[in-house]
Design a protein around this ligand. Structure first.
Ligand code: DGL
Length: 265
């Protein structure tokens, strides 16, 4: 009899709590799946690190998830995906799902031919992002903005602070002045800022993030690999964090069937 891996968990990691925006989309689409989430908050932000450092952190997280018997790894971090997914796919024998800024969909939706992208320095400077940007129609202006300081404030639980509003106003000002009509959120932490961003940019601008697309892709790849968990049992969802648990607990406060543990990794 062949061993069926489908009941094994989906492993998900991020530099911190941001990837929970992806975890939520995955749970909404695939409630039966067991999950293990690593919040590497002690090493956040990844966005300021070198390509080598990001690859090392991605390896550390992946190996821990493999040790915990995950059947697949979702890299719920644009910075880690754009810097390390190629390496991971080459070196580990399980499926990987990544997340990249949705500039292609934005370029197809824009009417003003101007789109903005808010992402980390590590993502905007990566080769993979450069490659994706090169495939965008030349008529489209892309305003790239590093979201300096945003991840740190989110990790600190200061999502609704005055400091956050000030920083966002600064980061979004060029996009507003140059009349961009689509803003791409190129970091999995940023969906938690949508209410504040809305207040600043108004209702007319499209805010685009890739969370739902990642969940759909996760389902496709599980199906293709015969790994979809069809069991009706309640799923098990475990979170490991290597720093204070409070902010993680807050963003997951609507979920009762989860376990949050401190772990050194
Ligand atoms: N959530 C990560 C991303 O999507 C944040 C990166 C960071 O830690 O700087 O890029």
């Amino acid at each position: 009899m062949t061993f069926n891996k489908s009941k094994q968990p989906i492993g998900i990691f991020d530099s911190g709590i941001g990837g929970t925006s992806i975890w939520k989309e995955i749970k909404a689409l695939l409630p039966n799946e067991n999950t293990i989430y690593l919040s590497d908050s002690n090493n956040a932000p990844y966005g300021q690190k070198t390509n080598d450092e990001i690859i090392k952190l991605a390896i550390k997280n992946t190996e821990l998830l493999i040790e915990k018997k995950c059947k697949m790894v979702v890299v719920a971090c644009n910075t880690a995906t754009t810097n390390a997914i190629e390496y991971l796919r080459k070196n580990y024998d399980i499926p990987f799902i990544g997340i990249e800024p949705a500039i292609k969909p934005a370029s197809l939706q824009t009417k003003t031919n101007t789109i903005g992208i808010l992402a980390t320095k590590g993502t905007l400077n990566s080769k993979l992002f450069e490659k994706t940007s090169a495939n965008i129609n030349n008529n489209i202006q892309v305003i790239e903005q590093i979201g300096e300081g945003l991840v740190e404030l989110i990790e600190d639980g200061k999502i609704e602070s005055q400091k956050m509003t000030q920083l966002l106003k600064k980061h979004l000002s060029e996009m507003i002045i140059r009349k961009c009509d689509c803003i791409v959120l190129g970091c999995t932490h940023y969906p938690y800022l949508i209410p504040q961003i809305r207040k600043i940019v108004g209702e007319e601008i499209n805010i685009i993030d890739s969370g739902e697309a990642v969940a759909k892709q996760t389902k496709n790849i599980l199906t293709k690999n015969n790994l979809l968990n069809l069991s009706e049992n309640n799923s098990k969802n475990i979170f490991y964090i290597n720093k204070d648990k409070n902010t993680l607990k807050n963003v997951l406060s609507n979920y009762s069937d989860i376990e949050i543990n401190y772990l050194y990794f």
